[in-house]
Design a protein. Structure first.
Length: 257
């Protein structure tokens, strides 16, 4: 079970947002059956650019991600890999922090203690069973009802894409990024089933011409956004669609990052 980058080459996504490197380690540190392994291409990208890109991220955000990694059962393994990649030294400002350093040996001993082991054991997810073709079931095609009562009737899962540029002196600031794709999957919280899907490209106004880097990274073409509504119109259409699908019931918008 390999953890891969969604971009090709793998470093593109990390260069666009250095915090994605720590999110990869957060997945890696989570216990699963079978356990996550970092794919060779992602491994090389993490070692090549992650430490440098994290220097451009606010320290508070970096430490928040590190805290989440430390809350996972496989945190010692993740920290070791981060040390090998030079990421841990950059975060903690400790140049001598090696994979077999005294500090990381102490972490491994702590995670091996009975108290911590029992705590982490309780966080293990259910085992995923493969189908006849040895692939894992798609949770959208094979929904499972939640164990606990949910606070909302519906979850609208969003995955924005935004204008972006390769890092450089002439690149616009991140504050000028604009949404260029607005896809949503609406889930029924009581059953986990898909109620419907919404999709719209969005025409940017501050920087209407997409960079070659953005097109390569997202797969969105200039003609897609040229023919699209602006953000105000696209978001109004989304809210109308949600109102129609949910009949006014409580809905939570869910996004990553």
């Amino acid at each position: 079970r390999h953890l891969r980058a969604v971009s090709d080459p793998a470093d593109l996504m990390i260069r666009a947002d250095g915090l994605r490197s720590l999110r990869a380690y957060r997945f890696f540190a989570a216990d699963s059956d079978p356990k996550w392994r970092i794919h060779t291409e992602l491994d090389a990208a993490l070692k090549e650019v992650a430490a440098t890109m994290l220097q451009k991220i606010a320290r508070e955000r970096v430490l928040k991600e590190l805290k989440l990694i430390l809350s996972r059962p496989r945190a010692p393994q993740a920290l070791r890999h981060m040390a090998e990649a030079g990421i841990l030294s950059q975060i903690l400002k400790a140049p001598s922090l090696a994979p077999d350093s005294r500090e990381l040996r102490a972490v491994r001993r702590l995670w091996a203690s009975d108290e911590v082991s029992k705590c982490m054991e309780s966080r293990k997810p259910r085992r995923l069973h493969t189908g006849p073709d040895h692939t894992y079931p798609d949770p959208l095609e094979n929904p499972v009802a939640p164990v606990q009562k949910q606070p909302y009737d519906f979850y609208a899962v969003l995955d924005f894409e935004a204008t972006c540029w390769q890092n450089g002196a002439r690149s616009p600031p991140r504050s000028q990024q604009e949404v260029i794709e607005l896809p949503v999957v609406l889930l029924d919280s009581t059953s986990g089933t898909v109620v419907g899907e919404f999709h719209s490209f969005v025409k940017p106004s501050v920087h209407p011409k997409l960079s070659n880097y953005c097109t390569e990274l997202t797969g969105i073409k200039q003609k897609d956004v040229d023919a699209a509504p602006d953000f105000k119109t696209a978001s109004e259409r989304l809210m109308e669609w949600l109102e129609e699908k949910t009949k006014g019931a409580p809905v939570a918008l869910v996004a990553d990052g």
